[in-house]
Design a protein. Structure first.
Lengths: 233, 233
DNA sequence: ACCTGAACACCGTTCAAGT
DNA sequence: ACCTGAACACCGTTCAAGT
């Protein structure tokens, strides 16, 4: 619904600016949250702001720019930092906060996926992860790999969780009407009931598996260093 | 370019069917591979087939249906099965084949992400994973969690790899013109050079970390079973 | 059954014209 | 500087009309 439904504004610059870049971003995010990512249209957003579609182009270069800016607005609001002494806790809470932010805005993942360049703020989790891993002697390629493992898992599960994959993931539903026989999926059907799936604990499980992997690398490195020391002395 | 550029076809049914559902799917996939996911348009696809846009609707319910069918066509062609004796190898090659298929069709990941329901064939990796894990005593919730870890990691890294994230992931480029200072990303800048990043080995690394996690659970379970046995006897 | 042509209700974006 | 209105080049899809 437009803000001025009855009194139509005449052309020309209004006395006080009705539009701001920030207002546009906020309203766009709100519209996205309520009506979904696909619903965001320059025309619909303009309508929502009580304004002509073209008015948006005074504050935003293009739709791509708009989406990029929303993502930046969203990610810069996340506080990734915390002062836990344990390196595992620092990494965990960092990705948990990212996850929480994305769950709070159901279209956030879809939005991120649509971007060609990630907003700069998402480098914070990377920096925090690399710093924490450095503490236990995991550096270089291995550290970056652990980071990607964490990031890809986090975003991947979010993607599943948000679009409610379990209407389509429930084998009973997904297999219905397909050429594949249900008999070929014996283990799936015998597995845990999808109705009682808990994404939160699955996420914590995933984090701990990956961080255990980091710890193993750490142990291996210190051992091989000790081995080298023993040989040289 | 249309197939009949000069001799325009008159309305009415042609003597031999020019269009098939399969032909449409194949050409759409080809067009997607060459010109990208966004380039796929009912009108452009029709043009490519030398046909009116509406002709497609005789073989395809909608654009959504078209995309779903392409995904199904693509995934059913993947051979996930192999007869390696080692459970780790069976899981690894299964996901490696999924990965190879997606890398062969650069828009495949984008296509999958756009679907509301995954094509049934992607349940094969789940079945194979659950079966292999069952062999080492990892079942139920834990097994499904391991599967999701593998699947989310695989698709997540593919997503990064395909859209060539490293123009935007290179901190030097991504941080340029942003409000975030480069000094806040000391560990990133000190980390491995993005130019020499190897996705293939990063993928193998990820798989082995996750499968190590599965092995740890297996060991923990057999130990606790042994403990229970010792206490009861 | 299978194709065309016209039409409908949308898109993002440019451009000239207003104040 | 900031908004409007008309226009352009696109979309997906429906529907009647052809054979």
């Amino acid at each position: 619904m437009p803000r001025h439904p009855n009194k139509k504004r005449a052309p020309g610059r209004p006395r006080h600016g009705t539009l701001t870049r920030e207002l546009i971003l906020k309203r766009a995010l709100g519209l996205m949250d309520r009506e979904g990512f696909e619903a965001i249209t320059m025309r619909r957003l303009a309508d929502h702001l009580g304004v002509t579609p073209m008015a948006l182009y005074n504050h935003v270069r293009s739709k791509k720019d708009l989406f990029g800016s929303i993502a930046e607005y969203l990610t810069t609001q996340i506080n990734f930092d915390c002062d836990e002494p344990d390196w595992r806790d620092r990494i965990s809470t960092c990705f948990r906060r990212l996850r929480d932010a994305c769950l709070a805005h159901p279209s956030a993942v879809h939005l991120m996926e649509s971007l060609e360049a990630a907003p700069p703020a998402v480098f914070r989790p990377m920096e925090i992860t690399l710093a924490a891993l450095d503490e236990i002697g995991v550096t270089g390629k291995d550290a970056v790999r652990i980071y990607f493992l964490l990031m890809n898992f986090t975003m991947g599960q979010l993607s599943y969780e948000i679009r409610g994959p379990f209407e389509s993931l429930d084998p009973a539903q997904a297999l219905a009407g397909s050429r594949l026989k249900g008999a070929e999926f014996a283990y799936i059907q015998r597995s845990v009931s999808f109705a009682e799936w808990d994404f939160d604990s699955a996420f914590d499980f995933g984090l701990s598996v990956i961080l255990n992997g980091a710890e193993q690398i750490s142990a291996r490195r210190t051992k091989s260093r000790a081995g080298r020391r023993a040989r040289t002395t």
